[in-house]
Write a protein that binds this ligand. Structure first.
Ligand SMILES: *Cc1c(COP(=O)(O)O)cnc(C)c1O
Length: 219
């Protein structure tokens, strides 16, 4: 009941056209089912093994998103089941995903993950790499590049977060302008439990919310 009421209040709060993606990593299938029974269909996981284990335990009409770092030797755990890979964080991964999908006769919706913030260890693409990819989009016939994903710096400073999200919205606008033929490039996946309201102000089309739905994760 608690999960259902969180889902319902988030849905009331989100403007129409903004998709709620329930981030269910580290939570048991029972919790996911509670969200499912409240009408939630889009779920996201960030670890390949956990993703592959949960998929067959959930109803077939779940729309699965993958949002974690994906190594190219783990593609087969994720790509057969995902409807969107949100975390394309290197050109190497994009190459591998596109080739895998072509061989499998499918076309995967992907988002390009922009490296935001100061943390050195964070994965992600630079703006230059993203423009290069868009220029060569025809080379990646196994994917459809649907937009951008990003995670703001982990800080309490709402001004810093807002600045990063606005920078992403601006990048999306510049790409759409520079590549008017980019088919379906319209998603901006920004906003998590702590910063989704800021993300909505900046033009988010997809929020990825875990803790505010399922409670804290046990690591
Ligand atoms: C875990 C995770 C989230 C959700 O974070 P919460 O703070 O629990 O809402 C969103 N996006 C990514 C990429 C994540 O790994």
């Amino acid at each position: 009941m608690r999960i259902a009421s969180k889902i319902n209040s988030l849905k009331r709060e989100l403007p129409s056209g903004v998709k709620l993606v329930a981030v269910s990593k580290f939570h048991p299938v029972q919790a996911l089912m509670e969200a499912y029974d409240a009408g939630q269909r889009a779920f996201a996981e960030s670890r390949p093994q956990e993703f592959a284990a949960k998929v067959p335990l959930m109803p077939a009409d779940v729309e699965w998103h993958f949002i974690g770092h994906l190594q190219t030797n783990k593609l087969k755990l994720v790509l057969p089941y995902a409807s969107m890979l949100q975390s394309v964080d290197s050109v190497h991964l994009l190459d591998a995903v596109s080739s895998w999908c072509m061989a499998a006769g499918k076309r995967m919706d992907v988002l390009l993950e922009l490296k935001l913030g100061a943390e050195e260890t964070k994965h992600g693409l630079s703006e230059d790499e993203i423009f290069d990819i868009m220029r060569r989009a025809a080379d990646y016939a196994g994917v459809r590049i649907r937009g951008l994903m990003g995670m703001a710096t982990n800080t309490d400073d709402a001004g810093v977060i807002k600045g990063e999200f606005l920078r992403m919205a601006e990048l999306k606008r510049r790409i759409a302008e520079a590549f008017p033929d980019a088919e379906g490039f319209d998603e901006l996946s920004i906003g998590m439990s702590s910063d989704y309201r800021i993300a909505l102000e900046a033009g988010s089309t997809m929020v990825r919310i875990g803790t505010s739905i399922f409670g804290p994760r046990e690591y």
